[in-house]
Design a protein around this ligand. Structure first.
Ligand code: 3EB
Length: 327
């Protein structure tokens, strides 16, 4: 059964496809299928479900399920499918083809901002962006990810608000999609990492507009950790070396979730890597999956929910990206 406790217990869990189908929508706010093909956002058992093409043929589908804490209301708004329960709003949308997705990303983000404002869930606390061909270049040499960052930055400029924790990651198909969760009333604090330049302050050499996200977002005792990679200050370190990139990434995560960094942001408590209760790992080269899995297994708890996807990462020289939830 899904736990549908208050906001202090995290609402999101990783399930098998069979497990999710068995729920038949009971207690579900929304879900994301990390699956073998792309498709439109749809309704399943009355819940919004976003398919992301992240799994290769024959691989197991993973379903990220967001639990509802009470009666759910659903709707559609400018291409977004959403559900809310009075505490949390879950919404997902297909941005469109990823080549030249800047303007579509701007519109999708502005639609998202309008939705959270209108429904009264102003505290965006976590966003995910999946981009097919994320490191591909268009006819004029502009990278898909750079183009996406331009549109997203414009939306935050036109409708200013704090930037939440996020993931920006490759997908095997399906163009550009995104999903997010927003909270009605809880205390939300966005965190940076002392070992990294804030992403929104990255210098121009990484793209005309820097990425709009925080390194983590704390919501009432739950820490949502952004996709984290082998970046120190703003630079990729250990290019070509997946073991060392994984170690740097783990050290970045430890610094981000640790007591010192929480205190720096005026927050109580703190965590070590073994405390993370959910971990999602993205590995650029499929052949590196066993190595990265082994290194992660040594650091994270056996009890943590754990999923690994072989998909591209946003910089050509980044081999691994890891996100998670601590509570
Ligand atoms: C980085 O730290 C690695 O563009 O939303 C991580 C998390 C990354 C989110 C995003 C990108 C994003 O810059 C990439």
């Amino acid at each position: 059964m899904l736990r549908t406790g208050g906001i202090t217990s995290s609402r999101c869990s990783l399930r098998t496809a069979e497990d999710f189908d068995r729920l038949a929508g009971d207690g579900v706010l929304g879900a994301v299928r990390y699956t073998t093909g792309a498709g439109p956002v749809g309704w399943e058992h009355g819940c919004p479900v976003l398919p992301l093409h992240m799994v290769r043929p024959g691989g197991p589908e993973v379903v990220e399920v967001w639990a509802a804490s009470g009666p759910v209301r659903t709707g559609e708004h400018r291409g977004l499918h959403y559900a809310h329960d009075g505490e949390v709003l879950f919404a997902a949308g297909h941005i469109g083809p990823s080549a030249g997705c800047g303007e579509a990303a701007r519109e999708a983000y502005l639609a998202a901002f309008e939705l959270v404002d209108r429904l009264g869930y102003p505290h965006l606390f976590r966003m995910w962006n999946a981009l097919e061909g994320i490191t591909d270049r268009d006819g004029r040499g502009t990278e898909v990810y750079a183009e996406f960052c331009v549109g997203r930055a414009r939306a935050f400029e036109e409708s200013p608000r704090p930037m939440p924790a996020a993931t920006g990651i490759g997908a095997l198909g399906g163009g550009a999609s995104f999903y997010f969760v927003a909270h009605r009333a809880g205390r939300v604090v966005h965190l940076e990492n002392p070992l990294q330049v804030p992403a929104h302050e990255y210098p121009r050499r990484y793209g005309p507009r820097s990425p709009s996200f925080a390194r983590a977002t704390w919501l009432e005792g739950v820490l949502h950790v952004s996709g984290t990679a082998s970046i120190l200050d703003d630079a990729t370190v250990c290019p070509g070396d997946v073991v060392r990139q994984c170690q740097v990434t783990l050290a970045n995560l430890a610094a981000l979730v640790g007591r010192d960094n929480l205190a720096r942001h005026g927050l109580p408590g703190g965590w070590v890597l073994r405390d993370l209760r959910q971990v999602k790992v993205y590995v650029k080269r499929p052949e590196d999956v066993p190595t990265v899995t082994r290194l992660c297994r040594e650091e994270f708890s056996r009890r943590a929910e754990f999923a690994v996807f072989a998909v591209d990462v946003c910089r050509p020289d980044l081999l691994v990206e890891i996100e998670g939830i601590a509570s």
